[in-house]
Structures are given as C-alpha cells and as structure tokens.
Design a protein around this ligand. Structure first.
Ligand code: ZN
Length: 686
C-alpha cells in the first residue's frame, strides 16, 4: 500500500499514531556506535534553555547532521529506522537466499516477493505491460455504466479510484465491524492544493501538471495528447477537491459518522448503482454502511453521469498509472519519485531499491516479516519492562485526573473508568495473520503486489458484518511508531519503537520516563483529547461528559490552540492549532503524566543526584527533547504543516515544555527569558 493510501485509511479508521510515517531513507548516516542514553555532546549550551529548549538540547546534533540526500526529514525516528533497516536486511537476506523454502511457506513468499521486486532487469523489460489488461478495459469504455463497472473492478482488487471502502468498527457499536466510505480520488495529497491561491499551492499544481504529462508520454501518449489529458484530470480532481472535507473537519468524529443502509445510500448518491457495487466487491453480508463524508459521496456519484465518458477514460488511466508507478519500470518509478519525493517533500535522491523493497515486503507481508523480526530482535525482557512502565503511568494519569480542579466528580468517575479499561498491546500480536491463501510467485513483481493487495481486500471484506476481532493490530511489529485506537480504547506499542532513543533497557528512570514514558502517556492521553474524549470506555462515540465539564475542557484547549496558531515556522508560516490539537493535548498531557510517573519512581531516592552533570528532572526534559531532534527540508515542513496532524518536531518540544511548571524549576527559567510564559497563561489540561 502506498504511504498516502495507508495514511488516509489510518485516519479514516480513527487510528491515532504517535507520528506520521517517514518519507525517504538512506543507508548513510547510520549511528552504529553505542551512544549514552543521554548524549550531552548533542546539546548546544550557548543557547539558553529559557530561550529555545529544543536547540539547547539538540543544537550540536542538528548542526552536525545535515539531511542526507534521500531524506526529507532526518532525526531520531529516522536514525532508529536506519538501524531497523539493517535488522530487516538480515532477515530478507536470509529469506532471499533460502533455496529450500517449502512451496507455499511464509519463507517462500517473503523470498519470492522480495526477489521479484529486486529484479529490475525484468521489471524494466516489462515497462508498462503489467497494466495492459486494465488499460485495455479502460480504453473500451463506451457508457457511464462501463465507468461504474471499472470502478467496481478496481475497488474489488484493492485499488481505489474516486473513494475508499474499508472495514472498521461501528463508531457507535464498537463490537461490530461495518463498511465505511471515505473521500478520495485525488492525485495530490490534500484538497487545499487544488483550491489554494497561495504561491506554494500554485507551484505544486503547475509541477503536478508537468509530472502527469511526462507520465502519460511514458505510457505511450503523444506530447500533444498528454497536454490535453492533464487538463481533463485536473478538472475532475478539482471538482472532487471542491466537495471534499477539509482536514480539520475529518478530525470531527460526529461529522464523519453518517450510518445508513443500502436504500439510504442509494437515495443519498443515486449516481451509482450501489447494489451492483456491493455485489461486485463481494460484500453482501451487511446492510450497514457509514458514509464518512455524505457531501462527497453525493457529488462524486453525480459526476459519474455528468462527466463525458471520454474524460473518465483519461481519469481512470491516470489513476491506474499513478497508483502503479513505483512498481513499474525505472522510467515510471523515477518520474513518480521526482514529483512525490522531490517536489512535494524535497528529497534529493531516491532511496536504494533494497530499502524500498524491504518497506514493500514489510507492508505486503507485514506480519510474516514481523514474526521473523520479533523472533530475532525483540527481547522478552523489553515487554516485561514495558508492562511495568504502563501500569505505573496508568496510576499517574489516574492521579492527575483525580486532582483536576476543572472537572466534576461525576465526569471524573467516568474518566477513571475509561482509563481503567484501556487495553494495552506490546511488541507483537498474540495471533498472527495466516497468509496461506496468498499466492506469491517468481513470475512478476506487479502480479505479486496485486495478489497481496487482493489478499488484504478479501481479509477486510470478510470482517464486515461480524464482531470485532480484538486481537488484531493496526501496525506491524517492525514499525517505529505507536497508536491509540478510540474504538478499541487501546494503546499499542510495536516492538520496533522499544529501542533507543525511545526505550533503554538499562538507562536511568529519568531518561526512560522522558522518552518511552512520555510515548505511553501520550497514547493514553489520546483517549481524552478533543477527539478521544468523545468515545466512552467501550469505544463508542457517546458523550459521557457533563455540559459544564465540556465547556471547561474547551476553554482549556483554546489556550493550546492559540499558542500553536501563534507558533511561527519558516518565517511566516504557522502551525495549525486546530488541526494539531489532538496531538498537542496528548503531548502536553503525556509530559505531565510521565513527569508524575517519574516522581513516583524516584520516591525515596536522591532527587538531586546528578548523572553526567544533570539532575533527574533535567534528564527527563532533555530526553524528551532529544526524541524530537530532526532536520527537515522546507518543502517537507510546508507539506506537513498542511497535512500532518502532528506539530513540527521543534514545536513538539518548545510549545510543550514552557507550559510545565517543573521545567521552570529544573532549568531555572525566569521572566525575561525568551519563551517564558507567565503561570496564568500556561496551558494545562490533563
Ligand atoms: Zn499521538
């Protein structure tokens, strides 16, 4: 699955990740030497802690680690991912050389998938021919009914022109899986790129047109024809952009919950024969569908019959080529990267192919690779240590809730019940996905990709209309990330994040509480952020708050929204306080809860005892700051400000710590320091 699709579906399914997936990666700059848990040589102590804590903690590292060509951002996450690539490489190298793997075994599938993707001689020779059958079908369109038929065929195979269809728990009956639609159909990552009149949006639109034209020519069009075709695509996508919801509205669970049945959907969006659609995608087991964005579905379905069939041919052709590009010959692959990697994110060079194939194998055969990964690299002691940390931090959040002055006892009781019910998953799933129905061969990389996609679609469709399987994971164990799921009311920590600089087996408590402790607390706080608080302890979208408490909460979060709205990045741009609110609440709450947890862990110990010259409190804040150290290209910063619900790395540090009283004491911050915030103006929620 490509990154955009993956992120769209994760957002759609309400999965709230710790950080957005990283873009490019490199085999340069790997930190191999064992570093101390807290590396003081990364700091820049010429900067005052009260002026810019992010640079005080990371300044020297930032100066000494320019972004490698393949990256759009390079920081602690990417350094850890580098190490991860090297671990996965040993697994894939073993698998790819295993001549004796039994036919149909997981090892055979991993081997053949990876090797077929590495066989660039064959892939280059094949050119665009893997798409021939589908392109011929598109070419044969004569009526709007043909367009719809193709839409169904594509969706049935796991490619999603125009909109997404996916399975997820019913937001108001979280034990049952239902079908959901989500807006889509755009080649650019956000609707604002089509509608914005700012210079960056205009520049991206112009580059997108050029890129499309090049791709059409590679696919066999004349330059004259390509020049006409790009306007057709742009017109259709712009129409879709106009009926799409803004990202801020996609974060509102109430707005995006519009459950209906087949008859209701047919009335809402008569442009499509929905009975035929669901039969075509082999979904006849359910009559409950949540329409994420009704305005979009209505408008999109109407377009099927009002836009000329000749234009749809062009659009579907583009969708197919664009979604397959990185799996085709190197001319397509390179041009695809030139736009999505370089223009949108600023990466100068494409990652080496072996890494991209690790990513793809890791995505298509996620839990098969994951199983080998945890066997080889995940120490059981790490899980034990994590269980301890999580239970300490649950107590801490409970204490914080009990002590809140702005919340009534009745709502507190509900909040505490929700906290007590949070389920915790650490490392890897108890039950692995069974890949025996997935066929992977040596013939064609594209065919392997399609088979893997089909396998995933079948798995998803089968879930609909059945009870939720609570043992499932939404991230693979080899993913450097973590998430909270509001419908499951659970926090999940894949094995790969349980490594430095997030998790240290042997470091002092202060460092671990500032990093993984904060990550754990951050994920728990998501259950109580502006989005998560709208779900009850069973994971149902249901208001359990007294009206006054909601009012107080909103007033409290407004302080945070305003602070972030005023946070300038790249001179004149600023963070979107509303778009990033959930993450910012989780960062602030996460730090308060983790700090409270640390104080408990230090009880009875000498709180002034220094390690490498720093007290435990100082190490706690420094550890937090070092997790977010990152250099980011301007293009990537601009992209993330628009698309990412997480604030930029620098902001995750500087917009948080100056709200926390203990930070002032730890570093002796005084009025007059640049980022000093008077106590009455500080944000404080959880
Ligand atoms: Zn988060």
């Amino acid at each position: 699955m490509n990154l955009l699709l993956k992120q769209s579906l994760m957002t759609a399914a309400g999965i709230i990740a710790l950080a957005i997936g990283t873009g490019g990666c490199s085999d340069k700059g790997t930190e191999k030497k064992a570093e101390p848990a807290l590396n003081a040589s990364n700091m820049d102590t010429i900067v005052k802690a009260g002026d810019d804590f992010y640079r005080f903690a990371n300044g020297t590292w930032l100066k000494n680690n320019p972004i490698p060509a393949e990256y759009s951002r390079y920081g602690a996450f990417e350094v850890l991912e580098e190490g991860n690539y090297n671990q996965l490489k040993t697994i894939l190298a073993d698998a790819s050389a295993d001549k004796n793997a039994a036919a149909g075994s997981v090892n055979q599938k991993i081997r053949d998938f990876y090797n077929s993707g590495m066989d660039t001689i064959k892939i280059d020779k094949d050119g665009i021919s893997p798409l021939k059958a589908e392109l011929d079908q598109i070419n044969a369109f004569e009526t709007a009914a043909d367009v719809q038929k193709m839409l169904i065929l594509q969706h049935a195979s796991g490619n999603y022109p125009l909109f997404y269809l996916y399975s997820a728990p019913d937001e108001k009956n979280s034990n049952m899986v239902i079908a959901n639609t989500f807006q889509g159909g755009l080649g650019l990552p956000d609707r604002d790129y089509y509608l914005g009149e700012d210079a960056r949006s205009k520049e991206i639109r112009a580059s997108y047109l050029k890129h499309m034209a090049k791709m059409f020519v590679l696919a066999g069009s004349t330059p004259e024809q390509a020049a006409k075709d790009v306007d057709v695509v742009m017109k259709i996508e712009t129409s879709l952009a106009k009926i799409s919801s803004a990202r801020v509205d996609l974060r509102d669970p109430v707005k995006n919950y519009n459950k209906t049945d087949l008859a209701g959907l047919q009335k809402m969006a008569p442009g499509i024969d929905w009975k035929a659609y669901f039969e075509g995608i082999k979904l006849t087991t359910t009559n409950e569908i949540n329409i994420g964005q009704p305005k979009f579905i209505t408008g999109m379905a109407a377009m099927i019959n009002t836009i000329p069939v000749s234009d749809w041919k062009v659009y579907f052709r583009w969708d197919l080529i664009n979604s397959a590009a990185s799996a085709l010959s190197s001319d397509f692959d390179k041009e695809h990267f030139a736009f999505y990697g370089t223009v949108l994110s600023g990466a100068k060079e494409q990652r080496p192919r072996w890494k991209r194939m690790i990513d793809q194998t890791s995505s298509s055969l996620g839990e098969a690779v994951g199983q080998l990964y945890v066997q080889k690299f995940f120490p059981p002691e790490a899980k034990k240590r994590m269980i301890e940390l999580v239970s300490n931090l649950k107590v801490s959040l409970g204490e914080r809730i009990a002590g809140l002055k702005w919340m009534s006892d009745a709502t507190k009781k509900e909040a505490e019940a929700k906290l007590a019910k949070i389920n915790v998953k650490i490392g890897y799933p108890d039950k692995w996905i069974d890949y025996s129905n997935l066929t992977i061969g040596t013939d064609s990389y594209y065919a392997n990709l399609k088979n893997a996609r089909q396998f995933e679609v079948n798995r998803n469709i089968t879930k609909i209309g059945k009870p939720v399987d609570r043992s499932e994971w939404n991230m693979t164990p080899q993913t450097v990330n973590a998430y909270y799921s509001p419908n499951m009311n659970e926090i999940v920590f894949p094995a790969a994040i349980l490594q430095p600089p997030f998790f240290f087996m042997d470091a002092d408590d202060a460092v671990n509480y500032g990093a993984i402790g904060m990550v754990i607390s951050h994920e728990m706080t998501h259950g109580f952020d502006d989005q998560g608080r709208q779900y009850d302890k069973e994971g149902n979208l249901h208001d359990w708050w007294l009206a006054d408490d909601s009012k107080n909460f909103e007033a409290k979060t407004k302080v945070l929204v305003d602070q972030y709205d005023n946070y300038k990045i790249l001179d004149s741009l600023h963070v979107d306080g509303k778009l990033t609110l959930g993450e910012n609440i989780a960062d602030l709450g996460g730090m308060n809860v983790a700090y409270n947890g640390l104080q408990k862990a230090l009880a009875g110990k000498n709180k002034d005892e220094k390690i490498d010259g720093f007290t435990p409190d100082q190490r706690f804040f420094l550890s937090y700051a070092q997790v977010w150290r990152a250099n980011t290209r301007d293009e990537e910063t601009m992209r993330r400000l628009k698309e990412d619900v997480h604030s930029p790395a620098e902001t995750r540090v500087n917009a948080i710590v100056y709200n926390i009283p203990a930070f002032y004491t730890a570093f002796n911050i005084k009025p007059g320091d640049k980022r000093y915030i008077a106590p009455e103006n500080r944000a404080d929620i959880w």
